[in-house]
Write a protein that binds this ligand. Structure first.
Ligand code: ZN
Length: 321
């Protein structure tokens, strides 16, 4: 972890305009809109979404696309990937793809697609959908991902409980999506003075720096928290979990600037918190350490420094992976 940036108290407030101007990193954003049927419309759909993200100063995104949702027009899974990759050529945003499988559907096929395409613009794999559908039957697919060194994230712990998180972690997930139910694994230390103690699963997630991709507005909408004030983001951060903030679904959450603004209003987050969240996102991106460091030093740091938030020392952010 990096040192807390040295930001003077009178510089702590941020408004929407400042947040909009800051470079942002987005690890969890699904391709929105109706599934495309033709190659051209799919490429255009990807390009349009990235153009919107670039306008919001998202400088790096791992866009999620679920290939199986785009085959109705006759495209093969591979053709869907090719069409999506063709739409990534948008200026001012470094865009990569994560291939998402729907639980209970084409998990193995999509995992193999990720293995086959990994190394270029496809950087990882993901599973979404109803957590009642266990992933236990897909152990071989996850083994093939691990053997090919394809990193993956899993939607787990939104409504499937801590067992769903445990399953994802044991399969080898290096990031977790929407895992608000991690707190179900906590207990209160009634004898000592340590307060809230993570259990075996949540302790592993924290101590191994498995990055949590939260999308607070979406998670409230999905009733994982009654209101934003009940969302465990701040608690998890205080306990040392590695957290990031994302849109998830922009049709619900709006832009990443919208999501940041909501956090500034609800929790009083300022430049330190947004810098911290952004660094966490960079560190967990499915790219190389050299690429992460370049993004941090060439794009993120200079922009925060230009805002005159006081010094943000990149030297105080040692590589830890
Ligand atoms: Zn998602």
């Amino acid at each position: 972890m990096h040192e807390t940036p040295d930001i003077s108290p009178d510089r702590k407030t941020v408004n929407r305009e400042v947040l909009a101007g800051l470079p942002k990193v987005l690890l969890h954003d699904h391709l929105t809109g109706e599934p495309a049927q033709t190659p051209e419309t799919l490429t255009a759909q990807v390009r349009a979404q990235l153009t919107e993200l670039a306008a919001d100063n998202v400088v790096y995104v791992e866009l999620r696309i679920s290939p199986e949702l785009h085959t109705h027009g006759g495209l093969t899974l591979q053709e869907v990937v090719d069409c999506a990759v063709a739409g990534l050529d948008v200026p001012r945003i470094d865009a990569r793809l994560i291939l998402t499988a729907q639980r209970g559907r084409l998990v193995a096929e999509t995992a193999d697609l990720a293995v086959h395409n990994h190394g270029g613009k496809v950087v990882g794999f993901d599973v979404a959908g109803p957590e009642a559908e266990s992933l236990a039957g897909h152990a071989d697919a996850f083994r093939r991902l691990r053997e090919a060194y394809v990193p993956f994230t899993v939607h787990a712990g939104l409504d499937g409980g801590i067992d769903s998180v445990a399953e994802a972690v044991q399969l080898g997930a290096v990031r977790l999506s929407h895992s608000v139910e991690l707190i179900d694994d906590f207990r209160i230390d009634t004898e000592g003075f340590e307060g809230v103690l993570p259990g075996q699963v949540s302790g592993w997630v924290r101590d191994r720096h498995i990055t949590l991709e939260f999308a607070p507005t979406l998670e409230v909408q999905l009733e994982a928290a009654e209101e934003l004030g009940d969302h465990p983001l701040t608690l998890l951060q205080q306990l040392g979990f590695t957290c990031t903030v994302n849109t998830g679904d922009r049709a619900v959450a709006g832009s990443l600037t919208d999501q940041f603004t909501v956090l500034a209003e609800a929790f009083g987050y300022g430049p330190e918190e947004f810098f911290d969240l952004t660094v966490n996102a960079v560190r967990a991106a499915f790219i190389t350490e050299v690429q992460r460091q370049d993004l941090l030093e060439r794009v993120i740091l200079p922009a925060y420094e230009a805002q005159d938030f006081e010094a943000l020392d990149v030297e105080a952010a040692p590589v830890e992976d």
